[in-house]
Design a protein around this ligand. Structure first.
Ligand SMILES: Nc1nc2c(ncn2[C@@H]2O[C@H](COP(=O)(O)OP(=O)(O)O[C@H]3O[C@H](CO)[C@@H](O)[C@H](O)[C@@H]3O)[C@@H](O)[C@H]2O)c(=O)[nH]1
Ligand SMILES: [Mg+2]
Length: 193
């Protein structure tokens, strides 16, 4: 518990789908003053993303889907190329990402490797993001992927040569942070040579 904050008060602004709270608190400044502060904090749980890669084919699997918040901020058609990703159940991140990978991409992985954990947008979101990589082979494909119909997911699955993806990273076409981080991880750790 921090001794730099006290009198935390939470007011619910919305629980329409996820939870948006207005949180006020007193914060102890470096000069010794207590200052009353307010932050809006959006809680939509924790998330995970995974880069699927194949060393022999030198390919990766990415997804493409419409993301409304990006459409509202500069992304002309609203579509984003991303690693497979989903919401996470805190108790079992590995199982969740394996399930999410199968729903979105159609590949059933047996094992995945966790490589990083980070806060997605620490000024506003509670969300922690778990980063994974996993090797896939053609015989792991159990269906076409695309996401769950009952969640109105409409996901295109892209299998792409890794060097093309690296070009897209360098020319600014990849604009999802998780995807950038995981491609850079793959470069640094020479997952595909
Ligand atoms: N009705 C409704 N449904 C919603 C809403 N927000 C999300 N959903 C439903 O919740 C599903 C969430 O799908 P996931 O695959 O679990 O999550 P995601 O949207 O891919 O999110 C992932 O990426 C985000 C960042 O781009 C992360 O923020 C998130 O944690 C996760 O990793 C969506 O398909 C959609 O059906 C909403 O406001 N209203
Ligand atoms: Mg998803």
């Amino acid at each position: 518990m921090s001794n730099k904050i006290k009198n935390i008060q939470k007011a619910l602004l919305s629980d329409n789908y996820y939870i948006l709270n207005k949180v006020s608190f007193d914060y102890l400044m470096k000069d010794g003053r207590w200052v009353n502060t307010m932050r809006e904090v959006y809680d939509r749980g924790d998330g995970a993303g995974i880069l699927l890669y194949n060393k022999e084919k030198k390919t990766v699997i990415l997804t493409k889907q419409f993301r409304m918040p990006t459409f509202m901020n500069d992304n002309e058609d609203g579509f984003l190329v991303e690693v497979a990703a989903g919401m996470l159940d805190k108790d079992n991140p590995e199982e969740c990402i394996i399930r999410e990978t199968e729903e979105e991409t159609g590949y059933r992985l047996k094992k995945v490797k966790k490589v990083y954990e980070s806060y997605s947008s620490p000024g506003v979101l509670t969300e922690k993001m778990h980063f994974f990589v996993g090797e896939y082979t053609d015989n792991m494909k159990v269906h076409e992927g695309g996401g769950l119909d009952n969640e109105q997911e409409d996901i295109e699955v892209l299998e792409m040569p890794f060097n093309e993806v690296v070009d897209k990273l360098h020319n600014g076409e990849i604009v999802d942070t998780r995807t950038i981080v995981l491609i850079q991880y793959a470069i640094i750790h020479k997952l595909i040579e």
